[in-house]
Design a binder for this molecule. Structure first.
Ligand code: SAH
Length: 510
């Protein structure tokens, strides 16, 4: 085989679920992969960062399908994919080396002589301790850490040496312990572990619906039976397992803590919105409702760029317009000098920011974040001027009509196309249903219309964050009242509006 095109397999730890807890190397691997093989422990928020062009292959985590060892079956699949010359990422929850069937999966890959890389991830015990605000070891109370599976308590009870475990001067981190709590807790108690040994349980660690509870060895089985602490959950047993605050969640998680937000921005955009939602403690799931693409033809924009210096004003209706314009300018081997003395205007602060990023100063950004604002601003011009409007293939042509009514000359060119997405694919639909949705962000009228179409009545159960008065008006036309509207049409304001609402409406689960 051509050595240059040899495949390889990277076993990558995905951490506990919050994408912010991925390592830099894990993100690099996910971006470079040709195919990502993952299991159900990896939440959709992490898969979200895998580009939509990369193939994703789900495999059952418990491997109940097929014959023989499930780990080896997955290993053979990985080897087959790599032999085709592909870069395979085997994405595993937490750390791949902790209860991850790593040796079984690596076997067939090694046998086939395929290069392997292992990228460690944050294992559940470490993530849970951090979330609960407790250490795993401590000079005074715990000089060792033992990671064990509670699952085995069922099949091989005699195999677990509860005597040794209860004599260890340290912390026990019990994985897969939810179903077998009765067995392992009674095993430890009867081997002499004190009944009042603190127990901290962290369920859905780092997920939007994370729960942290504190109990004791004697009471934890009854507490588990009484409460819903869904799997995956990890249990920390030992003197360290007593959060300083005594009860509840000690970690400060921000105003959107525990909130799950559907971010409907098109792919390739809105990363700033994701980051802001996460910085406020929320989790963000990307569910685009429109697709941005090239216009049907670049010709009108290319012609306009060639004659850019014949205009008095170029008006950008959106940041996509700026991106399209700048990319064609560069494509033609030109830069800002080609614009001569033409002045630039941007509708809305986000469009202005995009111009800034591209290295262009904006001469005018009206106070009103919409076409009407620009028209009002240009109403003051002394004589007729020549305008180039850079916009989408569709949308309101109010601006052109109003400028022409004022005696100006207007050329409109499409710099991108935006189309509603016809249907939500099955993986995304399943991801939406996996945990409750708290918020949906709606950042344009077209997105609003498409979201109403795609989500139907479900959208009425979610809180709605609208970017601008125009977007809100579109929502209201469909009988939907936004819960909040951004004070300014930029991502920071949108997140601030959601955060403000949450702070004003505290709920017991936040
Ligand atoms: N390789 C993983 C462990 C896989 S075994 C790691 O290093 O974390 C699966 C068990 O891991 C679950 O039963 C649970 O005990 C624990 N676990 C994984 N992710 C978790 C999460 N987000 N919250 C709590 N426990 C988790």
């Amino acid at each position: 085989m051509d050595r240059l095109h040899r495949g390889r397999v990277m076993f990558v730890g995905a951490g506990p679920g919050d994408p912010a807890l991925l390592t830099v190397r894990a993100v690099e691997c996910l971006h470079r992969a040709d195919v990502v093989v993952y299991d159900t422990l990896v939440p959709p928020e992490v898969l979200d960062i895998v580009a939509s062009t990369i193939e994703r292959l789900p495999v059952p985590r418990d491997g109940r399908e097929g014959n023989g060892d499930p780990g080896e079956a997955i290993g053979r699949l990985l080897a087959r994919l790599a032999i085709e010359g592909r870069t395979v990422v085997r994405l595993k929850g937490g750390d791949p080396a902790v209860f991850g069937r790593l040796s079984e999966e690596m076997g067939p890959v090694r046998e086939a002589g395929i290069p392997i890389e292992i990228v460690p991830g944050i294992t559940a015990a470490a993530a849970a301790a951090a979330a609960a605000g407790i250490p795993l070891t401590s000079r005074s109370a715990a000089s060792s850490l033992t990671i064990l599976t509670g699952h085995e308590a069922a099949d091989k009870r005699e195999g677990i040496d509860f005597g040794t475990l209860s004599n260890l001067p340290g912390t026990l981190a019990i994985y897969m312990g939810v179903e077998q709590v009765e067995k392992w807790s009674s095993g430890l108690l009867s081997a002499g572990k004190p009944a009042d040994t603190p127990v901290t349980i962290v369920s859905h660690c780092s997920w939007p619906d994370q729960r942290i509870a504190v109990s004791t060895l004697a009471h934890c089985a009854a507490d588990f039976a009484r409460h819903t602490w869904p799997a995956p959950a990890v249990v920390i047993v030992g003197e360290v397992a007593l959060p300083a605050t005594g009860h509840g969640s000690p970690a400060v998680r921000g105003p959107l803590g525990g909130r799950r937000v559907l971010n409907t921005r098109p792919s390739g955009q809105g990363d700033d919105l994701d980051a802001l939602i996460r910085a406020a403690g929320g989790s963000s799931l990307r569910v685009p409702t429109i697709r941005i693409g090239p216009p049907e033809s670049w010709q009108p924009l290319d012609d306009a760029i060639r004659h850019a210096d014949t205009f008095d004003w170029i008006v950008f209706a959106s940041s996509n317009g700026v991106r399209g314009f700048v990319s064609r300018l560069r494509e033609a081997g030109l830069d800002g000098r080609a614009l001569g003395t033409v002045r630039l205007a941007a509708i809305g602060p986000a469009t202005r920011q995009e111009l800034d990023r591209a290295g262009f100063a904006c001469d005018l950004q009206p106070e009103l974040f919409r076409s009407e604002g620009i028209v009002a601003a240009f109403g003051q011009l002394a004589g007729p001027a020549r305008f180039l409007l850079v916009r989408a293939n569709r949308g309101r042509d109010l601006m052109r009509r109003e400028l022409e009514a004022l005696g100006h000359f207007v050329t409109e060119v499409p710099a991108y196309s935006s189309e509603p997405i016809a249907a939500i694919d099955a993986t995304t639909a399943a991801a939406i249903d996996q945990s409750p949705v708290d918020w949906i962000t709606v950042t344009s009228s077209l997105i609003a219309e498409s979201a109403v179409q795609l989500f139907g009545p479900r959208i009425r159960h979610w809180r709605i964050a609208s970017l601008s008065p125009i977007t809100s008006a579109t929502l209201r036309r469909h009988g939907i009242d936004p819960t909040v509207e951004a004070a300014e049409a930029v991502s920071d304001s949108l997140v601030a509006a959601m955060a403000g609402w949450e702070t004003a409406h505290p709920s017991p689960s936040s």
